[in-house]
Design a binder for this molecule. Structure first.
Ligand code: 13P
Length: 238
C-alpha cells in the first residue's frame, strides 16, 4: 500500500498572518505523522512557509506553474522558480484553472513535464462536471483527461487527483461508491505505483471513510486545509 498524502490547496486564500495556522499545524503533527503532508499556499507565501516548515515533516508546493522554464511570460511562475523556493510538488490542471483560464489537457501535460524537469512532483487534477456525470460520461471524461494530461513518460513521481468539479467547495461529497469506481478505473489505467488522491469537500468528518477506500492514497483538500484544526482532523483520520 502506498503511504497516504494529505495535501492542502489554499487556492487564493491566505495572508501573512495565515502562517500562524501553519505554526499550529507543526505543533499538532509532531515529528512522525501518519501520512505525508503538503500545503500549497499562494505563491507569495511559499518561501516563508518553506522556511517555517523546514525542520518539520510538512512539505510545501505550488498551485500552478508555467510550461516554459523562463522567458517573456508576464505574471507567470515557472516550475524552476517553485523548486528554487523549496517547493517539492506543484498542482497542475486544477479544474478552476481549466475553467477560469481555459487550460486544455495538452497545456496541463506540458506543465506536468515542466514540473518533472524542475525536479517537482506534479499533482495532475482530473474530474468531470455535474453535466458530464449526469450524462453518464464521468468515467470516459476522466479517462480521456488522464490520457491527455499525463507526461509522455509517466513515472511514479507523479500524482493524480480525482476531483469531481461538482464536489469542489460545495459541501457535496461524491459517494463512496462513485469514488471507488473512478479510482479503480484510474488504478487500472495508470498502475500501482502512482498515488491517487480524492478531492472535493473532504472534511474531518468524512475523511476516514474516503481515505480508507481501496485505491485512495490521499486527499487534496481545499477549504478544510485553511485551519490547522480542520486539516489536522483529516490527517489524524488518514
Ligand atoms: P474543497 O475541499 O474546498 O471542496 O476543494 C477541493 C479542491 O478543489 C482542492 O484542490
Amino acid at each position: 500500500m502506498l503511504r497516504k498524502l494529505i495535501a492542502g490547496n489554499w487556492k487564493m486564500n491566505g495572508l501573512r498572518h495565515s502562517l500562524d495556522e501553519v505554526s499550529s499545524l507543526i505543533q499538532k503533527v509532531g515529528k512522525d505523522p501518519k501520512a505525508d503532508i503538503l500545503i500549497c499556499p499562494p505563491a507569495l507565501l511559499l518561501m516563508e512557509m518553506a522556511r517555517q516548515t523546514k525542520d518539520s515533516p510538512i512539505m510545501v508546493g505550488g498551485q500552478d506553474c508555467h510550461w516554459r522554464e523562463c522567458g517573456a511570460h508576464t505574471g507567470e511562475i515557472s516550475a524552476q522558480m517553485l523548486a528554487d523556493a523549496e517547493a517539492s510538488h506543484v498542482i497542475v490542471g486544477h479544474s478552476e484553472r481549466r475553467a477560469d483560464c481555459g487550460e486544455s489537457s495538452k497545456i496541463v501535460k506540458d506543465k506536468a513535464e515542466a514540473a518533472l524537469a524542475a525536479g517537482l512532483v506534479p499533482i495532475i487534477c482530473v474530474g468531470e462536471t455535474l453535466e458530464q456525470r449526469e450524462a453518464g460520461e464521468a468515467a470516459s471524461v476522466v479517462r480521456e483527461q488522464v490520457e491527455q494530461s499525463l507526461p509522455a513518460h509517466p513515472k511514479s513521481e507523479i500524482i493524480i487527483a480525482y476531483e469531481p468539479v461538482w464536489a469542489i467547495g460545495t459541501g457535496k461529497v461524491a459517494s463512496a461508491g462513485d469514488i471507488a469506481e473512478i479510482h479503480a478505473l484510474l488504478r487500472e489505467q495508470v498502475g500501482a505505483a502512482i498515488r491517487l488522491l480524492y478531492g472535493g469537500s473532504v472534511k474531518p468528518g468524512n475523511a476516514a471513510e474516503i481515505l480508507h477506500l481501496d485505491n485512495v492514497d490521499g486527499a487534496l483538500v481545499g477549504g478544510a486545509s485553511l485551519r490547522a484544526e480542520d486539516f489536522y482532523g483529516i490527517i489524524k483520520n488518514s
